[in-house]
Design a protein around this ligand. Structure first.
Ligand SMILES: Nc1nc2c(ncn2[C@@H]2O[C@H](COP(=O)(O)OP(=O)(O)O)[C@@H](O)[C@H]2O)c(=O)[nH]1
Ligand SMILES: [Mg+2]
Length: 306
């Protein structure tokens, strides 16, 4: 993690090589990568803590990456997360890392993905907390095997979510604050109804809606079971490898596009050509590839056109 955090140019090459090595040498399926997303205040952090306790009860070691969309980093941790780091202090089977949303490894690979790669090589389960899904910035659907959307009772964000056509992305819906009673049950029913309307990719999995109270520890066992079932179904269907590959390819394209724009991508044949090239590359080498392609684009941009 320290190497990955090191921004000196020489270290950056080393870090990218290490990350590819970790991805290729960690036997599949490896650690489930569980993403938790949802509006600020929905209770994601509280739920991560509750899940952490449940997972530890089940004897599993846990790595956590928390992405804060607003905070600046200070001394390696985000201010708001100090308390939580302390809560698991002294447990060697738990590792917590928080990062600011815009952090980039050498300005290119996103630090969240790098953190997940490292923790997945070491811990039994990786939890990623972040806001933002279906957006280019900090899009957790790209690095999670199982995406949990955390809703809260009466949330207008649910409507926004449905309007944006993002109901297809989550694998599990957790309606938090079930201790609020009827309001939470109503939100769960609305969600279930909404799910019936949406178009889903043809697959065996029907996303469950689980009522939880992260504060009181209600429904946490059920949520944990649902997460396990989803991961098992990904492994069984062979979807896991496909999903990880799709996510990694999207990460490469997005990283290059963000840095060089479509103008830059055009200099190496455009987005379509890039997608075709990625298809024939081994899937566990995405960090090195993104750096190599960046060099290629820079060389092309340095040459006069035509
Ligand atoms: N009543 C109730 N409040 C909760 C629950 N979970 C979280 N909260 C509260 O909701 C607020 C936001 O929680 P937090 O975990 O920081 O949300 P995040 O922004 O999604 O990470 C805090 O005041 C929590 O104490 C819950 O299950 N029930
Ligand atoms: Mg939070």
């Amino acid at each position: 993690m320290n190497l990955v955090d090191d921004s000196r140019p020489g270290r950056r090459e080393q870090a990218l090589a290490l990350l590819d090595q970790l991805e290729s040498e960690t036997p599949a399926p490896g650690a489930p990568r569980i993403g938790l997303t949802g509006a600020p205040g929905a209770g994601k952090s509280t739920l991560v803590d509750a899940l952490l306790r449940e997972l530890r009860r089940r004897g599993r070691s846990v790595g956590i990456v928390a992405v804060d969309p607003s905070s600046a980093k200070s001394g390696g941790a985000l201010l708001g997360d100090r308390v939580r780091v302390r809560a698991s202090a002294g447990d060697p089977e738990v590792f917590f890392r928080s990062m600011a949303a815009r952090e980039r490894l050498g300005g290119l690979a996103d630090a969240t993905r790098a953190g997940v790669t490292v923790l997945a090589a070491v811990f039994d389960v990786v939890l990623v907390e972040t806001v933002g899904v279906g957006q280019s910035e900090s899009d957790v659907s790209r690095l999670a095997d199982t995406l949990v959307y955390v809703a809260q009772p009466g949330a207008g964000d649910l409507l926004q979510f449905m309007k944006a056509g993002l109901l297809e992305l989550p694998d599990i819906f957790a309606v938090n604050k079930a201790d609020q009673g009827a309001a939470a049950r109503r939100t769960a029913l609305e969600l279930e109804a909404g799910l019936g309307l949406g178009e889903r990719e043809a697959s065996q999995w029907t996303p469950p809606v689980v009522l939880v109270s992260a504060r009181d520890g209600l429904g946490i066992r059920e949520l944990s079971d649902a997460i396990d079932s989803h991961f098992a179904s990904l492994v069984e269907s062979g979807e896991l490898a496909l999903r990880r590959r799709r996510g990694a390819d999207a990460f490469v394209i997005e990283a290059l596009e963000r840095r060089y724009g479509s103008f830059g991508l055009d200099r190496i044949g455009g987005r379509g050509a890039l997608e075709r090239r990625l298809r024939v590359e081994p899937s566990a080498a995405r960090y090195g590839i993104v750096a190599a392609l960046a060099r290629e684009i820079e060389e092309a941009l340095a040459k006069p056109r035509g």
